[in-house]
Design a protein. Structure first.
Length: 387
């Protein structure tokens, strides 16, 4: 009984520690967003959202066009509108994540994947430039589905909201279409669990699929611009700095073929080795979690299969850490959905002799936006902030 009590106390202590770490990471990401706004916008984090087609058709412009129209109607800066949207989505993201985790009842073992450097929480906090890009919309769409498992009375509304967000995210960036298989599985599990009409599977997925295909086809028709200043000019006319155009917007001078050539020119045996090590380290935590469930082999297979949609990105773009995050985050959403649907169960809690060192190791290495492995991790980032 004493040993059992000590183990229970340790589980509570670990949960408090991990929850506090997640909340601190969330607050830091939010603080960085505020800093970006005060600095006139980040060339990647806000620049990505402000791609527009006011002067020339180009891929990824739908959300930027909406933001420009909305800012004109409100008589305010497009940067302010972008920042408000991002803050609302960020708050929803972390609130919904905590609601989903609580509903699973799977603590403390669940923290081994939630605090992984490859999951969006620590990934964004350790390398803030990687945060709040358009995948933010997709992640909130996933979490709308996850909180609906424990809110059957609001499930229809949450499915509609999730479908809207997922469709917006996919139209806003063609790369988000690669989340479709994982999203479809989560939606199917939700509708089956809550005994809702099959229409709530078919219609949302049809809309999401049409949006995905349309976004990809439009991106192929308008892959690049001759001069990125054609995208930047509408922003300059609305009072934004040219600096915000030097990242995501400037990159649109390159089509997918040119991007592939750039990636090909930067690939070395050393970089492939670093990516491999990052993937192995990320996978260790996930596989450790899988071993403590009632379906370790199936969950391992699902983890491996969920990587397949994202593999083309490693050829098309240099953001290797970001692509790894796409895969790992989608796999975690699938795990949460399976737990909430009752299709996956935690069979036993981990032995703290192995669990605690593995969990703490997540604090001393991290995934970078471009370089997929960085030493010192979230602790190193905390030191740089506080020093």
């Amino acid at each position: 009984m004493i040993a059992l009590g000590k183990k229970s106390d340790m589980s509570r202590a670990l949960t408090v520690f991990c929850l506090g770490s997640l909340l601190l990471a969330a607050l830091y990401i939010l603080q960085q967003s505020i800093q970006n706004y005060q600095d006139g916008g980040d060339l990647w984090k806000q620049g990505d959202w402000l791609i527009n087609s006011e002067l020339v058709p180009v891929r990824r412009a739908f959300i930027g066009d909406l933001i420009l129209h909305l800012s004109d109607i409100l008589g305010t800066s497009p940067l302010f509108v972008t920042w408000i949207i991002q803050v609302i989505l960020l708050i929803a993201l972390f609130v919904f994540l905590l609601m989903s985790v609580r509903a699973t009842g799977a603590t403390p073992i669940i923290w081994i994947i939630l605090l992984s450097p490859a999951f969006f929480v620590f990934f964004w906090a350790a390398d803030p430039r990687a945060s709040i890009r358009k995948e933010l919309i997709i992640y909130v769409a996933f979490l709308c589905l996850l909180i609906a498992f424990s809110s059957p009375g609001r499930a229809r509304f949450l499915i509609v909201l999730s479908t809207f967000l997922f469709t917006m995210g996919v139209i806003g960036h063609e790369g988000m279409a690669l989340f479709f298989p994982s999203y479809a599985i989560c939606l199917w599990l939700l509708v089956r669990k809550t005994a809702l009409s099959p229409t709530l599977i078919y219609l949302p997925l049809a809309l999401a699929l049409v949006a995905a295909l349309g976004s990809i086809l439009y991106a192929q028709a308008h892959p690049s611009v001759a001069d990125f200043q054609q995208i930047c000019q509408p922003l300059l006319e609305r009072g934004l700095s040219d600096e915000i155009c030097q990242g995501s917007i400037k990159w649109l001078q390159f089509d997918t073929h040119s991007s592939s050539e750039i990636v090909g020119g930067t690939i070395t045996a050393g970089k492939i080795a670093v990516l491999s090590v990052a993937y192995v380290l990320s996978s260790v935590g996930f596989l450790f979690f899988a071993r403590h469930t009632d379906a370790p082999r199936k969950l391992t297979a699902l983890y491996l299969l969920s990587a397949i949609p994202f593999l083309p990105l490693f050829v098309l773009g240099i953001d290797w850490g970001r692509w790894l995050n796409f895969h790992f985050s989608s796999a975690v959403f699938l795990v949460l959905a399976l737990l909430l649907a009752g299709k996956l169960k935690i069979e036993r809690q981990p032995d703290n002799r192995y669990y605690i060192p593995l969990l703490l190791s997540h604090f001393i290495w991290s995934i970078g936006h471009i370089m997929p492995l960085m030493p010192f991790g979230i602790l190193g980032q905390a030191y740089r902030v506080l020093a």
